[in-house]
Design a protein around this ligand. Structure first.
Ligand SMILES: NC(=O)c1ccc[n+]([C@@H]2O[C@H](COP(=O)([O-])OP(=O)(O)OC[C@H]3O[C@@H](n4cnc5c(N)ncnc54)[C@H](OP(=O)(O)O)[C@@H]3O)[C@@H](O)[C@H]2O)c1
Length: 318
């Protein structure tokens, strides 16, 4: 386990990547995304932050707090229902109008639901879209800005402002929970269950980050399992279920990760480039179901999953 001291010490070195780092936090209006955005703003010099979500009131509160934490930061809210890929494209365009480089793409948008398949108007299951497709859409759209962020501008380097480039993508979901895929129905049109949905989102994320890392070596790709973190994830539960979960969280407190710590640890995972594993646990240690992954690596399933993902994008976004 990486100690919290090491995490904090590493986070304080983020300044070496220069002033004006741009961080995009999809799901930055609550929980792990919000806590990581806070850690980013606390440590970076004059950062620019985009919080993406639906809750405008919550975003205003966070913007006020973060601006107090670092008066040189610029925080913007991009209101977007990211379960819809065409809305994701709009959000990306609004960021691309302002930023040539994106240093950190942090994706933690998600829901906890026990409902069955819940189709969006674009024909994808909402949860699978939030946990996998829409995150990958952000990633593909912002790849030019992420690649640009890995390069250091010579004049900035000569002026001693920047020592190296930072370009990092991190998706918060469930590394380690990989399982077998229904290969002829990856979007689970006909094979939907809560278990299959979790398995597909997790396994397709792990395979895709590994596949993309090969073709974009200057960008760091991470899929993380955050452990059990008390956040707003249960907000859609009814009162009884929420109360039960609160009791459960109180009893299980010694085994949970405080949300502030989770934010610090995820900033660490995002900025630790050298030797960074692609699949990590809440404690910074490598994770991943190697039995499943090595079979899929051998069969080049990652490439097939990525082709499927691009086909879905083409069919919905043109
Ligand atoms: N917390 C845990 O113990 C835990 C454990 C394992 C895995 N995870 C995974 O980690 C991720 C982050 O969880 P968290 O605990 O930080 O959750 P959270 O506090 O509930 O935050 C979820 C974020 O997703 C955004 N979101 C949800 N639906 C959206 C939509 N349709 N459009 C735009 N934004 C949307 C929410 O923003 P708005 O409300 O503003 O829309 C919020 O910012 C999730 O994918 C979760 O499955 C969490």
């Amino acid at each position: 386990m990486v100690s919290l001291d090491t995490v904090q010490q590493t986070n304080s070195t983020i300044k070496k990547y220069g002033p004006g780092l741009a961080g995009v936090f999809v799901g930055g209006t609550s929980g792990i995304g919000e806590a990581t955005a806070r850690s980013f703003v606390e440590h970076a010099t004059s950062p620019r932050v985009y919080l993406i979500g639906r809750n405008e009131a919550q975003a205003s509160k966070i913007i006020e707090e973060l601006t107090r934490l670092n008066s040189e930061s610029q925080i913007r809210f991009v209101k977007c229902d990211v379960s819809l890929l065409r809305r994701v494209d709009e959000a990306c365009r609004s960021i691309q109008e302002k930023e040539e480089k994106v240093n950190l793409l942090f994706m933690s948008s998600g829901i906890f639901t026990t409902k069955g398949r819940d189709e969006t108007e674009e024909g994808l299951d909402k949860k699978l879209s939030l946990h996998y497709y829409s995150r990958m859409r952000f990633l593909t759209n912002l790849l030019p800005q992420l690649n640009a962020a890995s390069q250091v501008n010579t004049s900035e380097a000569e002026a001693g402002l920047v020592q190296e480039g930072l370009s990092s993508v991190i998706s918060i979901l469930g590394a380690g929970g990989e399982g077998s895929l229904v290969l002829d129905d990856l979007s689970l049109k006909n094979n939907y269950s809560i278990r299959n949905c979790a398995k597909h989102a997790i396994t397709m994320t792990s395979l895709s980050v590994e596949t993309l890392a090969k073709s974009h070596p200057s960008v760091s790709f991470v899929h993380s399992y955050p452990g059990v973190v008390s956040t707003g994830l249960m907000r859609d539960f009814n009162v009884v279920a929420r109360t039960m979960m609160r009791v459960l969280f109180t009893v299980a407190k010694p085994f949970t990760v405080p949300v502030e710590e989770s934010g610090q640890r995820h900033l660490y995972a995002a900025i630790l480039k050298a030797g960074q594993p692609h699949l990590v646990g809440w404690d910074g240690e490598p994770r991943g179901n190697q039995r499943v992954l090595s079979e899929y690596r051998e069969k080049k399933t990652g490439e097939a999953v990525w082709k499927h993902t691009l086909d879905i994008f083409n069919s919905i976004c043109g």
